[in-house]
Design a binder for this molecule. Structure first.
Ligand SMILES: Cc1cc2nc3c(=O)[nH]c(=O)nc-3n(C[C@H](O)[C@H](O)[C@H](O)COP(=O)(O)OP(=O)(O)OC[C@H]3O[C@@H](n4cnc5c(N)ncnc54)[C@H](O)[C@@H]3O)c2cc1C
Ligand SMILES: NC(=O)c1ccc[n+]([C@@H]2O[C@H](COP(=O)([O-])OP(=O)(O)OC[C@H]3O[C@@H](n4cnc5c(N)ncnc54)[C@H](OP(=O)(O)O)[C@@H]3O)[C@@H](O)[C@H]2O)c1
Length: 537
């Protein structure tokens, strides 16, 4: 590489796998083959090898996970830039009451950094954030983390002398930096969306978004409106209902809400996982397999989904009352088209007399409240559970690739990438949790780990494989997206409903098109023939 930092052997790479530990004692050709092994099994790069400078943008599960794996691979020439003052992404920002994961944490955690003493199946936000903090400690990532560093511009610089280009980064404070490789780990759900309702600026009460919870605002005795009833709202509404005088829910669409099979782990179970970590691995695998089996529900016209939908509708219809009629309980779109939610306290909360559900569209805000269907609902607090700006991947960063091409211009009809990871015309730029890598049925961490493995293979190609640039061929990207679109057309998301998985024009830019094992197979290793120039195999 033109501008490289030497790999350092000063600190042992944390937790290498068995083959990785053996690798230096293996014959050279065996060692070379072992570098293609997935995960922490691959041996670290040899001490003293020149490694590319890597800029990772974002310190959520994606950025932190990649940083750990780079250290495991003996690569120290990276920096994680984070706009906030702490790591954690989603789990730093979403501190609303009741926040928790909805994928059991034995699976919603990094496979190479297992936590064996999770307090319960679906632990609360603080415990997940604490886990990420602990991972950063264990892997000694702090020297690599730069907080308060919002990246605003990323530009690919092509020197006139024909030498490989590099990336120039600009930050919100005007400072700059350079890198050979840029990895965007900016997530899909970190820019809160608050609709621009007419009159909102004149509203005299207190209003905030669920991802920016105002913990100083005591809800006791308040009249609260909640706008938007999605995965966040169904977690915080039952908590607000415990304190507020009245709660008015502005519900534009109805959710499918299934029971949450949650419970604390007994001391005995936790100690068993700690004594026999293989059991925790087996448990993790069993959760993955059970969730994977649910993929069948997401196929268009799935008989299993139709059957489950029928049962669900019958059950909730039967619970309808005058105050909570069937039309505010029964979804009018197929099961799975929006995220299927899980909760044990949602229905008990909404049937309380102090809760009112308004399904008429909001007309506007007024100084004292919210107007819908000709009536004004007077409230002193409004919480927006209206989700995130999910389809604007990498915004508001400006990303300029080869020939001055603007990434967002190429994405004007909807973001796309090859396997969600690489974009033609943007060499050595990699995306984690990029376009079409979200799921409706399994853990995002599983997907992130596949992407991290893929990026690591590319970095090793740049480090030890003689390549200078990794740039996907446009025809490869077009072909993989054609296949993706065909597969997505056969899913429930292609049916009528709107959701954060789609652009305003209806293009599904967020979700992966199949079961996660298929993504695993397609990303298991990069096919070098898919890349132009020096990465070609
Ligand atoms: C409330 C909530 C609950 C969720 N629960 C689940 C769940 O149970 N199971 C599941 O699978 N998924 C869940 N998700 C999805 C979740 O977002 C992913 O699972 C995962 O946490 C994404 O990690 P990430 O690192 O890709 O992105 P994020 O966690 O969003 O991290 C992105 C980071 O990039 C930083 N950043 C962004 N732009 C810049 C910039 N320009 N410069 C510098 N830094 C920048 C952000 O500040 C942030 O720290 C949930 C999402 C939300 C909002
Ligand atoms: N672990 C968990 O349990 C958990 C918790 C929170 C979030 N998450 C993840 O984060 C994603 C986002 O969740 P979220 O609840 O924050 O957002 P969301 O699912 O996108 O829900 C947003 C809600 O706001 C409503 N809304 C949006 N614009 C509106 C408008 N102009 N007027 C009225 N209502 C409006 C939506 O209605 P429509 O449905 O009609 O659009 C929807 O009810 C989830 O799908 C999930 O992947 C997971």
């Amino acid at each position: 590489m033109s501008s490289a930092a030497p790999a350092t052997a000063s600190r042992p790479a944390p937790r290498p796998g068995v083959v990785a530990r053996l690798a230096d004692r293996l014959p050279e050709d065996w060692r070379e083959r072992a570098t293609a092994l997935p995960g922490p099994m691959a041996p670290p790069v040899r001490a003293g090898t020149a490694t590319p400078r890597i800029a990772i943008i974002g310190s959520g599960f994606g950025g932190i996970g990649l940083a750990c794996r780079l250290r495991q691979a003996g690569i120290e020439s990276f920096t994680v830039y984070e706009q906030a003052d702490h790591l954690g992404g989603t789990w730093r920002d979403n501190t609303y009451p009741g926040a928790a994961c909805d994928v059991p944490s034995h699976l919603y955690s990094l496979s190479f950094a297992p936590k064996l003493d999770w307090s319960r199946r679906f632990p609360p936000q603080e415990e997940i954030l604490g886990y990420l903090d602990g991972v950063a400690e264990d892997f000694d990532l702090h020297p690599h983390l730069r907080f308060g560093a919002e990246v605003t511009d990323v530009v690919f610089v092509e020197p006139d002398d024909g030498t490989p280009g590099h990336w120039s980064l600009r930050f919100a404070d005007g400072s700059t930096d350079e890198a050979d490789v840029v990895v965007s780990a900016t997530g899909q759900l970190n820019r809160p969306y608050t609709p621009a309702f007419e009159g909102l600026d004149d509203y005299e009460g207190h209003a905030f978004h669920s991802a920016r919870w105002d913990h100083d605002h005591d809800m006791t005795g308040r009249d609260v409106a909640v706008v938007g009833i999605g995965a966040s709202a169904i977690q915080f509404v039952p908590e607000i209902v415990k304190q507020a005088r009245s709660v008015t829910l502005f519900q534009r669409s109805v959710n499918y809400v299934a029971p949450k099979p949650d419970a604390p782990f007994s001391a005995r179970t936790r100690s068993m996982f700690q004594r026999v970590p293989a059991l925790a691995k087996l448990y993790r695998a069993s959760i993955w397999a059970r969730f994977e089996a649910k993929w069948i529900w997401f196929k268009k016209d799935s008989r299993t989904a139709h059957w489950a939908e029928g049962l669900y509708k019958k059950k909730v219809e039967a619970s309808a009352t005058d105050a909570v009629p069937a039309d505010v309980l029964v979804p009018d779109y197929p099961l799975g088209c929006k995220r299927i939610l899980i909760s044990n306290d949602w229905y008990p909360a909404i049937f309380q007399p102090k809760v009112r559900i308004v399904s008429d569209p909001i007309e506007r805000f007024e100084p004292k409240g919210v107007r819908a269907d000709g009536a004004t609902y007077e409230v002193d607090t409004v919480v927006f559970g209206t989700g995130f700006q999910s389809t604007g991947f990498l915004t508001p960063m400006r990303v300029t690739g080869r020939g001055g091409v603007d990434l967002h211009q190429t994405w004007k009809d909807g973001a796309e990438a090859h396997l969600g990871l690489t974009v033609a015309g943007f060499p050595n730029l990699f995306l984690l949790y990029g376009p079409n890598t979200n799921l409706g049925h399994n853990s995002i961490i599983f997907m992130l780990e596949r992407q991290i493995g893929y990026v690591l293979s590319c970095v090793r190609r740049l480090t030890e494989g003689g390549a200078h640039l990794i740039e996907v061929r446009p025809e490869t990207q077009a072909a993989s997206n054609d296949q993706l679109r065909r597969e997505l057309d056969d899913t429930v998301w292609a049916e009528g409903c709107h959701s954060w998985y789609k652009t305003a024009s209806g293009r599904i830019t967020n979700n992966w098109s199949g079961p996660t094992y298929r993504y695993w197979l397609r990303t298991a290793r990069p096919h070098w023939k898919d890349f132009v120039g020096s990465a070609e195999g």
